[in-house]
Design a binder for this molecule. Structure first.
Ligand code: SF4
Ligand code: SF4
Length: 476
């Protein structure tokens, strides 16, 4: 099965329960943002920018757990910010499990190995030794760390930790192969760390997924390679969503200067071109979501946004109307459902009810529409059932060639920052070197939006800021 039976059954039960009760609107996935602090500053992350004045604020543990009860979504995606920075992340995961929820920890991967070492230290016994040795051999744990795990003291043993469970997924943010991913997260080595964390998680028996946002310049070929590589690591599934960000200033330029929308936005037409292969990917790889949403992305049908089904809760409350746009925050989920005029949003039969929705096809607005049957077509339920309960695609065969294609950045000396710094250090090279380094981004991965399955939305034409940052580093 693509998705474990117990989890599929839980979600199906939730939908059936509400359909029988004729509940007009209900939550499927809670996007819980306990904090917006992050260890990275990804180009264009909307979260660390939109909530820049409350970056130090956190949602208390009790409020996080109460929010899950309030909307009663069967799945909770803990995002942020970087959720592994949240001081009570272990207690939060444990509390949500006690409530019987399916949990996704949406992480940039940097602290995952540390959290898994905590688990090993808490549970260490001689039975774990073979796994520990396997991790040391694979250079995923150092000898020194292994020794600390073996000698864990009472404090380490009594710590609340995140243990492998069929109800929990690590959901690692991966937006491309090494060069691209490190460029987007603005730090060399992050892709490599994500891969190490995924490998360690798989050895320890954690369920591990990835989430990818597709940008205006993302190349389809690279996505093919990325899925093949992640599949070869035995990743359990992938979420993929088009990036999107509405920017009034850019929209104004379209109007006033006669520019084309596609100069700025990932338009619906462009999204459909990029996702033309999504159904093929769905056959080859374990892509999460419904085949109905995949048909929508591929341009084969229309759907109506059901943003209320994936609500976001954060330091300011329930964010409305959706993960991307903020027209207000509410104290309770039911209050938000009652007060927001939902029929003002989304695109119906190709006509945007709100101009900001015009080019949006993101998973948090439309993936639940596929599951909830809001634009039901005959056979949809069977299609969704067959897809989720059908056989899981076999992992892609690992090969040296594939690994080489994946590690195409700093590992082979082509890190974007090193390249750009070198260019800036050499006045002659600066004429073309820095530009060349970044033109790779412009050609293939500078993005208008950083939105979607991981964290954040926001304006992203920040290449100049990134160059300035590097220039400043040089002065230091
Ligand atoms: S996109 Fe995610 S990982 Fe990147 S800065 Fe934003 S919160 Fe952090
Ligand atoms: S169409 Fe997109 S931007 Fe508009 S309300 Fe739905 S999810 Fe939000």
């Amino acid at each position: 099965m693509r998705f474990p039976f117990a989890l599929s059954a839980k979600i199906a039960g939730h939908i059936i329960k509400h359909k029988l009760r004729k509940t007009p609107k209900f939550a499927m996935v809670l996007q819980l943002e306990p904090l917006h602090t992050c260890n990275l500053t990804c180009t264009g992350c909307g979260r660390i920018r939109e909530y820049s004045t409350s970056l130090k604020d956190m949602v208390p543990l009790e409020k996080c757990l109460a929010a899950a009860v309030d909307c009663d979504a069967p799945m909770v995606s803990i995002c942020g910010g970087e959720p592994l920075i949240y001081p009570k992340i272990e207690e939060l995961v444990a509390g949500l499990r006690e409530q019987g929820r399916i949990i996704y920890i949406c992480t940039n991967g940097v602290f995952m190995r540390k959290k898994m070492r905590d688990y090993m230290a808490a549970d260490y016994s001689p039975e774990m030794e073979s796994k520990l040795q396997e991790l040391v051999k694979a250079e995923l744990v150092t000898e020194k760390e292994a020794e600390q795990i073996r000698k864990s003291d009472a404090a380490a043993k009594s710590k609340v930790v995140i243990r492998p469970s069929q109800w929990m997924y690590w959901n690692v943010h991966v937006d491309g192969l090494e060069f691209t991913h490190d460029l987007i997260v603005e730090r060399e080595g992050v892709f490599k760390e994500c891969v190490a964390a995924i490998k360690m998680a798989k050895i320890l028996g954690y369920q591990t997924a990835t989430n990818t946002t597709v940008y205006k310049e993302t190349e389809v070929k690279e996505l093919d390679d990325m899925f093949a590589f992640l599949s070869s690591l035995n990743v359990d599934g992938h979420t993929i969503s088009p990036g999107y960000e509405y920017d009034a200033a850019k929209k104004d330029m379209v109007k006033r200067l006669g520019k084309q929308p596609e100069d700025f936005f990932l338009t619906r037409k462009m999204t459909r071109q990029k996702f033309a292969k999504i159904q093929e990917w769905g056959e080859k790889f374990t892509i999460f979501g419904t085949p109905v949403y995949q048909e929508f992305l591929a341009g084969k049908r229309e759907l109506t946004c059901t943003a209320w089904a994936i609500p976001t809760y954060n330091v300011k409350g329930w964010k409305a109307p959706c993960y991307l746009m903020t027209d207000g925050h509410y104290d309770g989920y039911q209050e938000m459902l009652a007060k927001v005029q939902w029929d003002k949003y989304g695109v119906v039969n190709g006509v945007a009810r709100d101009p900001r929705c015009e080019n949006c096809m993101v998973h948090c607005g439309y993936d639940p529409s596929g599951a909830l049957g809001t634009n039901y077509q005959r056979g949809d339920n069977w299609k969704n059932f067959k897809y989720n309960f059908g056989a899981k695609p076999k992992p892609y065969a690992a090969s040296e060639e594939l690994t080489k294609r994946a590690f195409n950045g700093v590992t082979i000396g082509k890190g974007h920052l090193a390249e750009a710094k070198a260019a800036i250090n050499s006045p002659r090279a600066a004429m073309n070197g820095a530009q060349a380094a970044f033109s790779r981004k412009e050609e293939s991965h500078s993005h208008e939006a950083h939105v979607g399955s991981h964290c954040g939305s926001g304006d992203t034409s920040e290449r100049d800021a990134l160059l300035a940052k590097i220039a400043a580093t040089k002065k230091d």
